[in-house]
Write a protein that binds this ligand. Structure first.
Ligand code: ARG
Ligand code: ZN
Length: 499
């Protein structure tokens, strides 16, 4: 219970829940952004969400989405109003049972003004009734609601939630989810976590999913369409739920030959990263036309394009590695993206070595040698790439080479202790690149500031001496290093970075 009492004297703690004059100077609007240096309006100030309950209905023929979001949160300041991030049309908002005023402003701000201001530390229940056609809504000139011939998909980074539920849209405010969606019989709804129930009534089937571990808003996903759903259990005991669009055509077999390896790969990754952090694992392949995949928590999104050249296990390894690096431990701010992409790429390198298609050393050497010093590739600093370069190749490939450089510096014992210890250290939390540097120094007992600066923050190619094995054979600029067999599939996994 917080006791920030603005009236001198004796207000009992319990009475803080009661009406308080709106004129009180300490009651101010929550900030329209949570303070992310790349995205000033992403997320919001003044409250902290613990749970989203989304009860929705979707009509694939018209792309109409309607329903009710119930958001459980707690205020973190004396609040006169607060923002959610949301684009759809709202008919009613209630805060702790009472009707509240509301309005859309800016690109994606949705301002809620409760009847009575809210004291710091107050639990709030915000009920938002809404409807709309998500594909017709845009912010900053784009939409990330992806329509398919038989439905739609919400899966994008860093923004996806605005088109389907009102939220505090920033990775630093994690919450659990209940997502329940009614769709016409014959259509399925796929989301994160466990399928709690399905029920049919008058031509509509309701799918109710539960994510019982805290997840970031961009990792909440929804797919509506005709799917074939498969279930299995890994040797390590992890339940796996996968879903394939019934319309994948020529890509169907390759998609299954890749995504059905999920259980095996989750178990293999657990050996490196520690226990799998979610109650279920799996992926879905809808009939989308975008090229990328996304590590949506416990239910990875894969574009069918990932399987257009045949099976692609490397992308499955990448997205499943994110379940630890990205989903369990999430970025504090979007500038910390290397903690996601560098490690997911390094996991692909470990898999490549395991498969005999090139060692992590060979892959690091290839990255180093294949980009001459004047290649703009080296101007992007993975440790703080800038909003426009968040998903550049440098974040992935130079980012993974940086991890190899760390391994060279601290030795395998400390390195693998760091790799496994990090998700445990920040389980279901958030962390920054600076936090990781401190942790790696602590575990290895070595000062690492120079190495981190060279590999993650300098906008230039590290000297040959910093790229160990190549130091033997020159500066790497003109050296021809053979391309590891795994290279193409590793690169394909992060194809199609744009919206
Ligand atoms: N985290 C994703 C991956 O590495 C990147 C998605 C970027 N693409 C996008 N359209 N936002 O697989
Ligand atoms: Zn990734």
């Amino acid at each position: 219970m917080h006791r920030r009492i603005f009236v001198p004297g004796a207000l009992a703690a319990a009475s803080l829940m009661l009406a308080i004059p709106a004129s009180a100077a300490s009651y101010t609007p929550g900030a329209p952004g949570i303070g992310d240096p790349y995205y000033p309006y992403y997320g919001n100030g003044g409250y902290d969400v613990s749970h989203y309950d989304l009860r929705l209905r979707y009509q694939p023929e018209t792309d109409e989405l309607q329903g009710t979001a119930t958001v459980l949160a707690r205020t973190t300041q004396d609040l006169s109003s607060f923002d959610l991030d949301f684009l759809l049309d709202v008919s009613e908002v209630r805060v702790n049972g009472a009707k509240a005023a509301f309005t859309h402003t800016g690109e994606h701000e949705f301002v809620v003004t409760p009847k009575r201001p809210l004291a710091k530390g107050t639990p709030i229940t915000v009920v938002v009734r809404y409807s709309g056609v998500p594909s017709t809504k845009s912010a900053y000139g784009f939409t990330t609601w992806h329509r398919t011939p038989d439905g739609a998909v919400a899966a994008d980074e860093p923004e996806a939630a605005w088109w389907w539920f009102p939220s505090n849209d920033h990775p630093s405010d994690k919450a659990t989810y209940d997502v329940s969606v009614a769709v016409p019989d014959g259509t399925q709804a796929i989301s994160n976590g466990t399928l709690q129930s399905t029920s049919s009534q008058r031509g509509w089937t309701r799918y109710s999913w539960r994510q019982n571990k805290p997840q970031a808003t961009y990792l909440a996903t929804l797919a509506l369409g005709r799917f074939d759903i498969t279930t299995s259990t890994s040797d390590g005991g992890i339940p796996v739920i996968n879903a394939y669009s019934t319309d994948l055509g020529d890509n169907d077999d390759a998609a299954r030959a890749s995504v059905e390896r999920t259980g095996e790969i989750v178990d293999w990754l657990s050996d490196w990263f520690g226990p799998y952090p979610f109650s279920t694992a799996g992926g879905y392949v809808p009939n989308t036309t975008t090229g990328y995949a996304l590590e949506t928590a416990s239910r990875v999104y894969y574009s069918p394009k990932q399987f257009a050249k045949g099976s692609n296990v490397s992308v499955v390894v990448h997205e499943l590695a994110h379940q630890w690096y990205g989903d369990d431990v999430s970025v504090k701010d979007w500038k910390d993206i290397w903690l996601n992409e560098g490690f997911a790429t390094y996991a692909q390198w470990l898999w490549s070595e395991h498969e005999g298609e090139g060692t992590t050393r060979e892959l690091a050497d290839y990255v180093y040698a294949s980009h001459p010093a004047d290649d703009p590739f080296w101007t992007v600093a993975p440790g703080d790439p800038g909003a426009d370069h968040q998903f550049d190749d440098a974040v992935y490939d130079r980012g993974a080479a940086a991890i190899q450089a760390l391994r060279d510096e601290v030795g395998d014992t400390a390195f693998f202790a760091i790799l496994k210890g990090w998700p445990k250290e920040h389980a279901y939390g958030n962390a920054s690149v600076a936090d990781f540097e401190r942790y790696a120094e602590e575990v290895s007992g070595k000062p690492l500031a120079g190495l981190f600066d060279t590999w993650l923050f300098q906008p230039s190619k590290p000297a040959a001496s910093a790229a160990r094995s190549l130091a033997k054979g020159g500066d790497g600029a003109g050296t021809s290093v053979t391309r590891p067999k795994s290279w193409q599939s590793i690169e394909a996994a992060h194809g199609g970075h744009g919206h």
